[in-house]
Design a protein around this ligand. Structure first.
Ligand code: GLY
Ligand code: MN
Ligand code: MN
Length: 430
């Protein structure tokens, strides 16, 4: 792990929240992700399943967490099963968590080696009436790959058909949507690393630079600050490429007079930051570019004020649509007539602003969360309006990460990252 050890209070607190919501006499199991293969003997870098991470901090493959708050054996109320290590194994396979390190990481006292799982789990299940299984219920989750968690679920249902099956996902969405202070600190650190990357770029971007060279600068800055790298595949899109929302080729040369849209964020300790800035290749926006830039900035500033306790996200997105409508009319991109005759299911503004404004952010970039409940303090959202005008070869999106407060405006974790058009110009020409 490149990151500093995290205070185990975070995991102790998250497990207490989960256990408090479990039905009497039940247990819950959380599995690591697999290490996914490429081909031959190569593998993708390991990415831990976000739920076992949120509940234990164990960032290691082939780990299992069991929570059984009413277990008759007090030692079995919280148990970790880990891949066995020893001094000898460490020589051949590298460092893995020892039982002591697993305790220091997670605060869990009972740690067994993985080969003991079948026997001990059978004993625990004999005592339990039901089991919480951890299905992926992210609203946009969509993959054909069977995860380790999926395989476990299949096996449990086969081996223990008489047990009640309950869902972990709603409990985890609730816990993960409201961030602990320790998590806010980690997310702040991720944002600070992203800031270092952006500042590095302001002196680097010039006409003729290639998009992938910008990507390389960011990767360098992120890694030297203890990040694994990008929290998500970076979008470095100059000129008209900025109008392709998921442009990830990053293989074009940046031309004098174009604007580059950078949707890039560092991860830190598996927490995402998610930033978008738009930068003039030659250090100076044209009047039209600045006009569109400031229209987006206005929508962003106004939208952020709505991220307060009590707001309903569906309502928020409608209000942001109205803010955008006004700006697009001012820019001459849509007319009042277009608005009057628009299809309510696809309003006129969507021609130039076709994506959502905000999403939950945390261990996943598009984090799980309580989408249909009023916003609460401690939730973290992005705010990312944009205007995309392919006919002008221009796309502007501005995105920051915001923590909802008990009262008043949200706290901007990216408040120190240059945002105003003039500030960006000044720094590029310093
Ligand atoms: N970078 C992904 C997003 O902005 O949602
Ligand atoms: Mn983004
Ligand atoms: Mn985003």
């Amino acid at each position: 792990m490149k990151y500093d050890r995290i205070n185990s209070e975070l995991y102790i607190s998250n497990r207490a929240k989960f256990s408090a919501q479990m039905q009497q006499g039940t247990l819950a199991v959380f599995n690591s992700n697999d290490i996914y293969p490429v081909s031959a003997d190569s593998t993708m870098p390991f990415q831990q399943h976000r739920d076992i991470l949120a509940l234990s901090g164990v960032d290691q493959e082939e780990s299992i967490l069991v929570l059984f708050p009413n277990a008759s054996n007090p030692a079995h109320r919280e148990v970790l099963f880990l891949k066995e290590t020893s001094d000898l194994i460490a020589i051949w396979e590298g460092e893995k968590l020892t039982k002591q390190a697993a305790f220091e990481t997670s605060g869990i006292k009972t740690v067994y080696w993985l080969q003991q799982f079948p026997t001990i789990f059978k004993q625990m299940m004999a005592e339990a009436t039901g089991i919480y299984l951890n299905t992926n219920e992210h609203l946009r989750g969509n993959t054909e790959v069977e995860t380790r968690e999926d395989r476990f679920i299949k096996k449990v249902k086969q081996d223990f058909p008489a047990h009640q099956v309950l869902k972990s996902a709603p409990l985890m969405h609730k816990i993960r949507s409201i961030k602990h202070n320790l998590e806010i600190e980690l997310m702040q650190r991720a944002c600070k690393i992203t800031e270092a990357g952006v500042r590095r770029l302001l002196g680097f971007i010039k006409p003729g630079v290639w998009e992938y060279e910008i990507e390389a600068e960011l990767a360098h800055e992120f890694l030297r600050n203890r990040s694994k790298g990008f929290a998500y595949t970076p979008i470095i899109a100059s000129g008209k490429n900025a109008c392709v929302l998921h442009y990830i080729e990053n293989n074009q040369q940046c031309k004098d007079g174009d604007v580059i849209l950078l949707d890039v964020g560092a991860e830190y300790a598996n927490y995402s930051s998610d930033l978008t800035r738009c930068i003039p290749v030659n250090g100076k926006f044209t009047a039209r570019q600045k006009e569109v830039y400031n229209a987006v900035l206005h929508v962003k500033n106004e939208a952020e004020k709505l991220l307060v306790p009590g707001t309903i996200m569906a309502e928020y997105h409608k209000q942001v649509g109205h803010l955008m409508e006004e700006q697009l009319v001012n820019l001459g991109l849509i007319s009042m007539e277009d608005i009057k005759t628009q299809n309510p299911d696809w309003p006129a503004y969507k021609k130039y602003f076709m994506h959502g404004t905000s999403h939950f952010l945390g261990l996943d970039t598009h984090d799980v969360g309580l989408w249909h409940e009023p916003i609460q303090a401690g939730m973290v959202f992005t705010c990312e309006p944009g205007i995309y005008i392919p006919e002008e070869g221009l796309g502007i999106r501005l995105e920051d990460d915001l923590v909802v407060q008990e009262t008043g405006a949200p706290f901007n974790l990216m408040k120190d990252i240059p945002l105003e058009a003039e500030e960006i110009e000044t720094l590029m020409n310093a």
